[in-house]
Design a protein around this ligand. Sequence first.
Ligand code: NDP
Ligand code: 8X3
Length: 255
Amino acid sequence: MKGKLIFITGATSGIGEGCARKFAAMGSNLILNGRNTEKLEALKEELTAQGVEVLTLPFDVRDRETMRQAVDSLEGKWRNIDVLINNAGLVIGMDKEYEGSLNEWDIVIDTNIKALLAMTRMIVPGMVERGSGHIINIGSIAGDAAYAGGSVYCATKAAVKALSDGLRIDLVDTPLRVTNIKPGMVETNFSVVRFRGDKNKADAVYEGLKPLTGDDIADVVYYAASAPAHIQIAEVLVMPTNQATGTVCHRQKNI
Ligand code: NDP
Ligand code: 8X3
């Protein structure tokens, strides 16, 4: 992966940040997206000090026009993206489908589905033209089955599965690869965002078990990206040892 160019959406935290560090450690160059410009610049400084090239591309992935301008602004070698990691995503709340806020769900749907699709639509044609590329979507175990209070989020991650599978079909006559990584519980800022900043509620999600970290998922993403060209890791479901499904896990008192 040395010298390859990796474009990561949502690189300012959690899984995306873990991926940035992992690929940089392996000598890849990076285009890093997120809305928090301060965090993006700090990460750029840290990773360029390790000898890789980093371009920050701050934009809100829900804003298609800004996304278009950002992608169009890429020049020369920065256009030759080898791996697109569609990672930016979130959930807000744990509301019932007949009670929650349509406005909040718009944010979730626009980020998790429409932005992922728009990034794919903008970046993949160049990959097809160059005859190489890998699209890695961060789906979720939540896309496998709905759980209480997860209706809309689960639907968005089911959509990520369908979009990944559909893209794989559309690219079957090319050397391009498509991977859907489906994590279970990963302790990041995800639950803090879900519970609208309530850290206690967020911490309770991981109580009594050892959750995965963003770095754990980055290792899986890297494994898929660095597999030999004839191997397409289509899908990976990865969860903590004490998690069995989206809703079944074992918690102990002293962890
Ligand atoms: P974090 O909250 O730690 O990170 C989310 C990242 O997405 C941040 O970098 C954030 O950056 C970015 N982001 C959110 N909205 C936007 C936006 N509109 N435009 C640009 N960037 C955006 O959560 P995770 O790292 O856990 O989440 C990453 C992905 O992993 C998500 O798709 C999530 O659904 C998925 N996932 C997470 C699991 C978990 O248990 N944590 C399990 C399964 C899947 P910024 O705020 O700077 O814009
Ligand atoms: C995040 C994992 O179980 O909170 O995608 O939905 S879960």
